[in-house]
Design a protein around this ligand. Structure first.
Ligand SMILES: Cc1ncc(COP(=O)(O)O)c(C=O)c1O
Length: 389
């Protein structure tokens, strides 16, 4: 079969590779605990599922406008007022199949061949692949655990060239869970503005930030500089709706139209009844998120205590549900990098993790704590035994 050059250059998703190996072992009868998951272990709130059922019963099962039903676009715009005090219009919102399609559409709409896109590393797995598909050049900017894996204006300036067009920021971060403060984010925004670098701010974990830390957002910056940034949001993580495929961008009118053009020629609208459910989620109570945060915070502390007891450097992050410790001092001749170490841990401890190389930092391994407390404790103890053998 002749597959296009574009695709043969593209790397398969490393997170999928871990899951495949874990499934193989499970098929052989091994009990495998997954700390590789990228979704909350809580269910979608009932009132949201009920809204989808009602939509189906009412026959709301046909095509909708490509950028989303008007009431959902209104609800997205209102979200930024409700949580961040920013004013936005429904016309500035476009709803896509998860944050993932939003990011893809944004990059396709913004990047010309050869344009450089700055991506602080560690980064979410799909950014480099999407940039490549848009024929841009991914310029990674390495950060380190000692500084909570946060990029500085100085580091960005050192990586900037005449071809730099876009910067992708992600706070809270997948894979590190680390968050920028509002001040840090604002400083980066001012730098970007000065150098005409467009910011894609991936804020899909924005509601999963643990007090006393507060969510930082470019919502207010967008309000005053809509031509200079776009915000990416989703219900996937914050509202336990990964399978519903609801994400959105808040962007300037022209950019929303451009993204609508791509979406209109590729996938059209997001599932009609998912959109109805998402409208109810966005407009209703967010108490469920507070309950979930109590559990995540407790688990973060459990996991952080165990991991640092190994002597590993690991920032204690304020958001999402991941820890990203530096574990290269435990790498061995038979497991000299994060991928082989993850395979060894999977085989010997029965715990699935994601190698840091998938996120652009081979010194680290990603641990998700979206599992119950006891499972988390016993899985981490088993991992510690392999590392310290
Ligand atoms: C940082 C980040 N951005 C975007 C996404 C995509 O989210 P969605 O499931 O809404 O497509 C993910 C999902 O893992 C993510 O971690």
């Amino acid at each position: 079969m002749r597959i296009s050059d574009r695709l043969s250059r593209l790397k398969p998703s490393a997170t999928l590779a871990v899951n495949t190996k874990a499934q193989e072992l499970r098929a052989q009868g091994r009990e495998i605990v997954s700390l590789a998951v990228g979704q909350p272990d809580f269910g979608t709130p009932k009132h949201v599922s009920d809204a989808a059922k009602a939509a189906l019963d009412e026959g709301f099962t046909r095509y909708t406008p490509v950028p989303g039903i008007p009431e959902l676009r209104e609800a997205v715009a209102a979200y930024y007022g409700r949580f961040y005090g920013a004013t936005a219009k429904a016309d500035n919102a476009i709803v896509s199949n998860g944050g993932k399609q939003v990011l893809y559409n944004l990059l396709m709409a913004l990047v010309n061949p050869g344009d450089e896109v700055l991506v602080p590393a560690p980064y979410w797995v799909s950014y480099p692949a999407m940039i490549e598909l848009a024929e841009g050049r991914c310029v990674t900017v390495p950060t380190d655990a000692e500084h909570d894996f946060l990029v500085t204006v100085e580091q960005l300036e050192a990586a900037r060239t005449d071809r730099t067009r876009v910067l992708i920021l992600n706070s809270p971060s997948n894979p590190t869970g680390c968050c920028y403060t509002q001040d840090q984010l604002d400083q980066i925004a001012q730098w970007a503005l000065k150098h005409d670098v467009f910011i894609i701010s991936d804020e899909v974990y924005d509601r999963l930030v643990y007090a006393p830390a507060k969510p930082a957002t470019l919502a207010k910056f967008w309000e005053t500089h809509p031509e200079s940034c776009a915000l990416v949001g989703a219900l996937s993580k914050s509202f336990c709706m990964t399978g519903w495929r609801i994400g959105w961008a808040l962007a300037a009118d022209d950019l929303v139209k451009a993204m609508g053009k791509i979406q209109g020629q590729s996938t059209s609208n997001v599932s009609s009844f998912s959109q109805k459910a998402a409208t109810v989620a966005l407009n209703g109570s967010w108490d469920i998120v507070d309950e979930m945060k109590v559990a995540f915070l407790r688990r973060r502390d459990i996991a952080h205590e165990i991991i640092t007891s190994w002597g590993a450097v690991c920032p204690k992050p304020d958001g999402a549900f991941y820890l990203f410790p530096v574990l290269d001092r435990f790498y061995t001749d038979d497991a000299p990098d994060s991928a082989t170490m993850c395979t060894k841990i999977l085989e010997q401890a029965g715990v699935a993790l994601v190698p840091g190389s998938a996120f652009g930092d081979d010194r680290c391994i990603r641990f998700s704590y979206a599992v119950d407390d006891d499972t988390l404790r016993s899985a981490l103890e088993a991992v510690g035994n392999v590392l310290m053998k």
